[in-house]
Design a binder for this molecule. Structure first.
Ligand code: NAP
Length: 305
């Protein structure tokens, strides 16, 4: 750190393990808090400075600018909404980024992760992509997990610091990999949560409370892991026999959900999307195949566009 940029930060911090956290939404606040709990000297910066108040009261140092925050430590954790926000911050710290390792733990696409990594490499900085698989309440727990990718030597060097946040699941060198794993998990997550909220809307429209639906929702959700375990080897083997389920049945079933939603005064767009996809596959001749045939059909539909 240059003398000028380090002037605002206290000298005592140089003897402790230290980290910078930029972005203090619920996730960044939990991360900075976990570092404080672990005894790190924590420098923070956030676009809206007031969000740092509690952390400062607990001992974090609020940098006067993102540039000072980045200059303060080798390891800089970014917890920002998306990579537009990441670029907005990085462009403002371009002059001090050389030699830093940016652990970029927000959500965006694999392509954009590669873009950020390239941008940083061109300026002499390292990049680790991270996809955090838990909500802020899971930060600080070794049972929680984050996907990482990027240069293995950077991951090894900073693994202990990253593991203050969650367990670290290193996926490989390609900076896009951690986001790829993160996004396929989130695909499953958002569909599941969307399904629950949509079902709950139908329930509520018919006078069924969240508490009344709760045991039934949990029972159905707990079927999903068993179904995934059943389908995974069949998908790998390309075995889409309709011996236990048929796409035609799934199409009829999802249409019943859509009609029940619409008759209840609930938007039927969510089940209609699946009905449309299943319908196209059935029309193409897969009606008697297993629902698992949709894996290939989703890809074929994208190619046809
Ligand atoms: N929360 C979760 O449950 C969860 C779980 C797993 C992963 N994640 C991921 O973790 C990341 C952070 O989550 P979060 O819940 O803390 O998100 P958030 O509420 O959106 O907060 C993100 C931070 O980004 C900052 N920001 C946004 N745009 C900016 C810009 N243009 N320039 C500078 N700063 C900007 C915000 O600053 P201001 O305070 O000034 O607005 C805020 O500090 C996201 O990518 C999210 O997908 C979240």
């Amino acid at each position: 750190m240059s003398v000028e940029l380090s002037a605002g930060l206290s000298a005592e911090r140089q003897s402790k393990a230290s980290v910078t956290v930029i972005g203090l939404g619920p996730m960044g606040q939990a991360m900075a808090g976990a570092y404080l709990d672990a005894g790190y000297a924590v420098t923070v910066w956030n676009r809206t400075a007031a969000r740092a108040d509690e952390l400062v009261a607990r001992g974090a140092e609020l940098a006067p600018s993102a540039e000072v925050a980045v200059a303060a430590n080798e390891l800089v954790v970014l917890s920002l909404t998306d990579y537009d926000a990441v670029f907005a911050v990085l462009e403002s710290v371009e002059a001090v980024v050389a030699g830093k390792v940016i652990a970029n733990l927000g959500s965006d696409t694999p392509e954009r992760a590669r873009e950020v990594a390239t941008w940083l490499a061109e300026r002499g900085a390292g990049h680790l992509t991270g996809g955090v698989q838990v909500p802020p309440s899971g930060i600080g727990s070794p049972e929680s997990s984050t996907f990482y990718s990027g240069p293995v030597e950077l991951f090894r060097r900073h693994r202990a610091a990253l593991e203050v946040l969650t367990g670290a699941d290193y996926r490989g060198d390609d900076p896009g990999l951690a986001q790829l794993y993160y996004q396929i998990q989130m695909d499953l997550f958002w569909s599941s949560m969307g399904g629950y909220l949509h079902a709950m809307a139908i329930a509520e429209a018919n006078g069924i409370s969240a508490e009344e639906f709760l045991p039934h929702a949990v029972a159905t959700a707990s079927l999903v892991p068993r179904l995934i375990e059943f389908y995974a080897p069949r998908i790998t083997a390309g075995d889409h026999r309709g011996d236990v389920d048929r796409l035609a049945m799934a199409l009829a079933g999802i249409e019943h959900v859509r009609h029940t939603a619409e008759a209840s005064g609930v938007d039927g767009a969510l089940p209609a999307l699946l009905a449309e996809a299943f319908g196209r596959a059935a029309e193409a001749g897969d009606g008697a195949a297993s629902l698992s045939v949709m894996v290939g059909r989703f890809r074929a539909a994208a190619r046809a566009r």
